[in-house]
Design a protein around this ligand. Structure first.
Ligand code: ARG
Length: 471
């Protein structure tokens, strides 16, 4: 048991209580950020004349050494310290002696952990954004290649109107694009530096908070020291954004599972992303898609848990907040893994275009177009709807489809049907005529896809502030 406090204690901490309280097991992940934050703090202390130049250099050298040894695997972050902050400080004191004891001047572990977690989360937001961008580029490529790959569009999981694969994928493009916007938004709102807030009420040392904020590439310092040490909104926002990403992935997975089923056979998932059965030799299961769908609950769980943890906490720091880490780390890892795997699965998935087109042909997906055809002949839409309804009933009884009826049969239902009906209800016409912006018609799709291409070529927010000075 090694800890940074103890002066006012006479008794030993109960072993179980110590272990219950310790966070080193999971906050060792914040090692790089802890060093980075300490280095900025020390540089600022020297600039303000609180430490001498020599003291600063000794501390920076010590911190650099610790970092390099941990990176090289020469120094292990073991459980002998209570948390990562104690580990780094004790290592430093062990190496450079009394000067190391000056590192924590004008700082508390409360603003230290608030900073470490923000620095870490900020990197993860950028990482997730990159994965989303990768996924969007796979989606757009599939769209560009499948402008005329016809398939049924569904409502209520019932065939509704014909559409294209490009159009269907385009819906997911919008979702994941909004997810990226949520990443950018979270990033920008969280990008303020809590360092200098101290335990809760700032410090009596003349710290330059603007300086540390700028050394750490933040947009500026936070403006209330109590809020600085007890705000976890940014994590909640990130978890909410990740939950939305997972919800989108899960919906997409559900569709892929359906499309991959024997009944549909719209797609074939690559062997690399399928698994077999131990008993049924014929099986090739969409396990990856199912697992991504399944893990969605886990990410939602982290969001709910953190919201619940935070709801009754008085200002300012309380130990409850330590609970943010395991939850958030697990959710971040889960979402990123799911995104990477899903993107690989999507990139390698094959489409059975004939099956998709054949499916779009049956199920009366062209019934709306038959009604629109009658409207073109001067029939009011409500009457046209009734006529085509009777036509569909006729087809159902005869076990056939609209375009397979003879002109005579069509005309027994309405004299307005002519030879040009067949062309009007073909799959190609049905799709091509849907020309409004956002619809599957090829011209409308081309406009949208060109905008998507330009969007993906933009640098995005990641270049703004996150990189560079975080080393
Ligand atoms: N492990 C703690 C956490 O994650 C660090 C902050 C400790 N501060 C304190 N006053 N005990 O929240």
């Amino acid at each position: 048991m090694a800890q940074l406090w103890g002066g006012r204690f006479v008794g030993e901490t109960d072993k179980m209580a110590y272990e219950f309280n310790a966070s080193i097991g999971f906050d060792k992940r914040l090692f790089e950020e802890d060093i980075e934050g300490s280095a900025a703090h020390v540089a600022m202390l020297a600039k303000q004349g609180i430490l001498t130049g020599e003291e600063r250099d000794a501390i920076l050298r010590g911190l650099g050494e610790i970092r390099d040894e941990v990176r090289a695997g020469l120094l292990e972050i073991d459980d002998t310290c209570e948390d990562i902050h104690s580990f780094v400080e004790m290592q430093l004191i062990g190496r450079i002696g009394d000067t190391g004891k000056k590192l924590h001047t004008g700082r508390s572990r409360n603003d230290q952990v608030a900073l470490d977690m923000r620095l870490y989360t900020r990197k993860r937001v950028v990482g997730t954004d990159g994965l989303l961008k990768e996924l969007l580029s796979v989606i757009l490529k599939t769209m560009e290649e499948n402008l005329e790959t016809y398939m049924p569009g569904f409502t209520h999981l019932q065939k509704a109107q014909p559409t294209t694969l490009a159009h269907h994928y385009g819906a997911y493009f919008e979702m994941f694009k909004r997810d990226r916007q949520r990443m950018a938004d979270t990033f920008r709102r969280m990008n303020y530096c809590p360092l200098g807030a101290g335990a809760l009420a700032g410090t009596t040392y003349p710290l330059d908070r603007e300086h540390t904020a700028s050394l750490l590439a933040f947009a500026g310092p936070t403006l209330n020291s109590m809020d600085s040490v007890s705000d976890r909104d940014y994590l909640i926002e990130f978890l909410a954004a990740l939950s939305t990403v997972m919800m989108h992935l899960s919906r997409f997975c559900e569709e892929i599972i359906i499309w991959n089923s024997n009944e549909y056979q719209f797609v074939e998932i690559d062997d690399a992303y399928s698994t077999g059965s131990s008993i049924m030799p014929q099986k090739k299961n969409p396990d990856i898609a199912e697992l991504v769908r399944g893990k969605t609950g886990r990410v939602y769980g982290a969001l709910m848990a953190l919201l619940t943890t935070m709801k009754g906490i008085p200002l300012a720091y309380n130990k409850d907040m330590q609970e943010d880490k395991e939850l958030a780390f697990d959710a971040m890892d889960t979402a990123d893994n799911c995104l990477a795997l899903f993107t690989g699965m999507l990139r390698t998935m094959k489409f059975r275009k004939e099956r998709m087109a054949a499916s779009a042909m049956n199920g009366f997906t062209n019934a709306t177009d038959a009604a629109d055809y009658l409207v073109g002949k001067g029939v009011p839409f409500r009457d046209a709807h009734g006529i085509v309804g009777r036509l569909v009933l006729y087809c159902v009884e005869k076990n056939t489809s609209i375009e397979k009826l003879s002109l005579e049969e069509l005309q027994t239902v309405s004299e307005h049907f002519g030879q040009d009906l067949y062309e009007a209800v073909s799959l190609k016409t049905c799709v091509e005529k849907r020309l409004t912006l956002g619809a599957p018609g090829p011209d409308a799709m081309k406009t949208v896809m060109a905008a998507h291409r330009a969007y993906l070529e933009e640098e995005g927010f990641a270049g703004d502030t996150a990189d560079g000075q975080t080393e």
